[in-house]
Design a protein around this ligand. Sequence first.
Ligand SMILES: *Cc1c(COP(=O)(O)O)cnc(C)c1O
Length: 393
Amino acid sequence: MRFNGNFTQQEPIPEDGIAAATAVMQHGRLHRYNTRDGEAGETAQLEAEFAAFTGARHALAVTSGGYALGTALRALEVKPGEPVLTNAFTLAPVPGAIAALGARPVFVEITEALVIDLDDLAAKAATSGARVLMLSHMRGHQPDMAALMQVAEAAGLTVVEDCAHTMGGSSGGVVSGRHGTIACYSTQTYKHLNSGEGGFLITDDPDIAARATLLSGSYMLYARHGAGPDTAVFEPHRDHTPNVSGRMDNLRAAILRPQLRLLPERVARWAALHDAMEDGLRHANSIHLIQRDPGLVRVGSSFQFAMPERRAEWIADFVSRCAARGVELKWFGAPRAAGFTSTHHHWAYAGSASLPRTDRVLAGLIDMRLPLTFSTGDCEIISTIILEEAASA
Ligand SMILES: *Cc1c(COP(=O)(O)O)cnc(C)c1O
């Protein structure tokens, strides 16, 4: 048996998104501030809709998730050389956002559940003196957020949540991104909404929202935003905040607005695919499913499992045997960064860290995309192939 599906094939943009994008191209006002009197542009409308979707007071649409992360740190006035805590299981744009400011990532260990280790967080907060935690909800895994916020508050940490993989999910009944002071999202093609590139930053704090808006390149047109603070809030910031252009445009916003309305339905379909993978692999003896916090509503856009008893050479061979049968797996224990997959060992710009627990977890961690173009039947074929190859000596 061979699987013939494509692990990187997205669904088409919804017809109403294509129609809205065509209308923007026909009128030609692609720039977000290029609006006629009384016209609310697509980008401003998207911001209002995303703020309503998350329940945040303010939402800012930007060019990418990574840009949103960098803007969050700038809006918090993180300075060069300053330590910023972050969980060691994440994607390169997270340490990249910290290092690009000249700040210093301080990696915190993760647990077997792929979430931040709260004891190590408390310890590293104390030893580093950091005031910001950039918490990446990597691959949709989230810690008990109430417990995390207690540790953060006790340590005086401001929390920025990286919700690139949790948009549409929740934890303890709270929408993902609403525990911390700021949350960042991505609408890059491989995430939960697809505009090619794009992102959001949300916050309830009007001063942070004002600085983030000015940073994004609003010039003095910040009144034309969809979910920004009152113009009076900008007064103390407008002459003191540098412009680091990264605005979203009306074309991307036009294709995102209909997708945002479809997100709850997409989350339900992802849950069915993720459940099908778990059901298929639950009883394999060399495969460990990842434990989930009971209060978590996970967005199943990817699937992970662990093979902690297997040696590196065996896993490398297992991944290539699955690939030969059409099942594309990624491995976090690989010696070199490959494709989108990398670990703290590969981020030489971030300095080296000793993270024995994280290294143990990542050494046996396998990762797989679950695009919505797959069916639960596809998941059954994929898990059968994985089971067969996992059983080989
Ligand atoms: C994709 C991603 C980002 C950055 O998003 P871009 O829009 O690609 O810049 C940040 N964090 C995680 C965990 C991601 O997967």
